[in-house]
Design a protein around this ligand. Structure first.
Ligand SMILES: Cc1ncc(C[n+]2csc(CCOP(=O)(O)OP(=O)(O)O)c2C)c(N)n1
Length: 346
């Protein structure tokens, strides 16, 4: 990788870190509703992975998705506006934090149901195989989702059909507050071995290690060598979500992982060591990121909420709208005509 691309990886990781810290502040100010699962500590996983993919590959992830959307190329403005529930967000304010989707980047979300997206990943890969598009699907999930039935169904099918899919376990070692040793009966790689699937363990605090591993397995998939499994060992610095007081985890453990911070480590061991940047240039990058995120907050705050009369838009795809089912026409109601408003929206 040349200097420009290495610096871009650094900037993206800083962008995700700053974005998440500011999102936490916005949540505390009640600018963001619902749940908010932050990505601090795991930045190297999304950034390293996406840098190894082609722009038209498919990416699908769980609800800890802001970092992935940003790494995949969604603007900070569109992601922040989505968190604020505004019409200018990635899905017009309809998805919110746990359902970020950005079709132009083939970023398919953002799934709140643990393990719910794994069969979809296998389906995306099956479509790519059938249509011979050469696309690879990358499916990231938490360690907790490897205990769910859909995990086993998706791995089984992917191996059986030799699908071009990468199952990437973003192993931050906790499902909510429960450690992997307590919630899983077997070590992670044994789960891949159960399906005779190619697997590697990767240091998730090292952006280059993640990038290299994803390059390797994406190459395998493109050559028709089928699915792969990556156990990417990482750590999240914050609680499970903003609603989690994070009392189960040992503070000393968190401090130990912070010493291996992926951003500091990449800056020190790669950028500064190889004289690719000066400390002043790193400072300038942080300042420009802070300005970008500040601008995103202002943009989100000034953006309109989705109009009330669009409430039923996008629930069904257009062809379904006029479809006859059991003799009756499916037609979404409109606020004005069909919904009793009790005078509220009159
Ligand atoms: C099917 C289902 N069961 C339970 C939940 C509640 N739940 C939300 S997150 C979570 C923990 C998942 O942990 P993990 O997969 O390790 O992901 P991480 O949050 O660490 O990224 C649980 C049990 C859910 N959303 N869906």
């Amino acid at each position: 990788m040349d200097k420009e691309n290495l610096v871009a990886l650094y900037r993206q990781m800083v962008l995700i870190r700053v974005f998440e810290d500011r999102a936490a502040e916005m949540y505390a100010k009640a600018k963001i509703a619902g749940f908010l699962h932050l990505y601090n500590g795991q930045e190297a996983v999304a950034v390293g992975s996406v840098s190894a993919l082609h722009p038209d590959d498919d990416v699908v992830v769980n609800y800890r998705d802001h970092g992935w959307a940003l790494a995949r190329g969604s603007s900070a403005r569109a992601v922040m506006a989505e968190l604020f529930g505004r019409a200018t967000g990635t899905t017009g304010g309809r998805g919110g934090s746990m359902h970020l989707v950005d079709v132009k980047n083939r970023f398919w979300g953002g799934y709140a149901i643990v393990g719910g997206h794994l069969p979809l990943a296998a389906g995306l890969a099956a479509a790519a195989q059938y249509l011979k598009t050469g696309r690879v699907t990358l499916c990231s999930m938490g360690d907790g989702s490897t205990n769910i039935g859909t995990f086993h169904a998706a791995l089984n099918w992917a191996k059986l059909w030799n699908l071009p899919v990468i199952f990437l376990v973003e192993n931050n070692q906790y499902a909510m507050g429960t450690h992997y040793d307590v919630h899983s009966a077997v070590p992670m790689l044994q789960k891949a071995a159960g399906y005779n699937m190619y697997a590697e363990e990767v240091d998730g605090m090292d952006v280059m290690a993640v990038r290299e591993a994803v390059c390797r397995v994406a190459e395998r998939a493109r050559k028709g060598e089928g699915p792969s499994f990556l156990n990417v060992v990482t750590y999240r610095y914050r609680g499970h979500s903003m609603a989690d007081p994070d009392v189960q985890r040992d503070k000393a453990e968190i401090a130990q992982w912070r010493e291996r911070d992926p951003i500091v480590r990449f800056a020190t061991d790669v950028l500064l060591k190889r004289n690719l940047v000066t400390p002043k240039e790193l400072e300038d990058i942080r300042e420009s990121v802070e300005r970008e995120v500040e601008d995103a907050i202002e943009f989100a705050d000034k953006s309109p909420e989705p109009a009330l009369d669009t409430l039923y838009d996008y629930i069904y795809q257009q062809p379904v709208r006029n479809m006859q089912i059991a003799g009756s026409l499916i037609r979404p109601p409109t606020i004005a005509k069909d919904i009793p408003t009790n005078g509220k929206h009159a």
